[in-house]
Design a protein around this ligand. Structure first.
Ligand code: ZN
Length: 221
């Protein structure tokens, strides 16, 4: 804990004074570039990853970057999404999964979370991910590859969940909002975006390539 308090003092002494103008401007309001939905995992730093500054990213963090479908719960997720789209007029939403995701590990191995009823309940919003992986990718037995695939499929499933939110559906329909699916591999710094043309996650190169319009086609069984 002391490290955190020391960090605040150093921030006030050094970082704040260097950017004082920026911080003062933030009091006038916010106009973020995107809504960034990612996992609560401590190894992800959205601002550092995208080299953005305070005021530039509206961020929602949940276990496994899960977005409960509209109407299933009226919690913080629905509220954040609605506010981002309707009040802040966000033009882009990114759902960013990541390598070595503990939530996705729990999804594949329910035994590991059997004493965590809240986690179990929340992961129900990723049940489609679990079923897609278990039923359509039976041939994939390597645990690391299976987890990577689960992380990717879950990004696509959560994009589908995101589209059930009326504010998102309406704004996408008007062409005012674009949805993007990313996976961040923190041990290498790589970021992959889902490319619907290639039906695959490819290195993010420009804003047009990671556009996500539909879910990945499944392999033939
Ligand atoms: Zn995670």
């Amino acid at each position: 804990m002391q490290k955190l308090v020391d960090g605040i003092h150093r921030f006030q002494r050094e970082a704040f004074s260097q950017d004082q103008k920026l911080f003062e401007t933030l009091a006038e309001g916010q106009n973020p570039l995107a809504l960034f939905i990612t996992c609560s995992d401590s190894r992800i730093d959205p601002n550092r990853l995208t080299q953005t500054r305070p005021g530039e990213l509206f961020i929602q963090r949940t276990a496994g970057n899960i977005v409960p479908p509209y109407g299933s719960v009226f919690g913080g997720e629905a509220c954040t999404i609605e506010y981002a789209v309707m009040a802040l007029k966000i033009r882009d939403i990114i759902i960013c999964g990541h390598s070595h995701c503990g939530a996705m590990g729990g999804l594949l191995n329910p035994e590991a979370i059997k004493e965590m009823p809240a986690v179990q309940a929340y992961l129900q919003h990723a049940e489609a991910t679990r079923r897609i992986v278990n039923e359509n990718y039976k041939h994939l037995t390597d645990p690391d590859k299976r987890l990577t695939l689960t992380v990717e499929e879950n990004v696509l499933v959560q994009l589908e969940n995101l589209r059930t939110h009326p504010s998102v559906a309406a704004a996408v329909g008007r062409g005012d909002l674009k949805l993007h699916g990313w996976v961040y591999k923190f041990e290498t710094g790589d970021v992959f975006g889902f490319d619907p043309e290639e039906n695959a996650f490819l290195p993010v190169k420009d804003v047009s390539s990671p556009l996500t319009e539909r879910v990945r086609e499944m392999p033939p069984i």
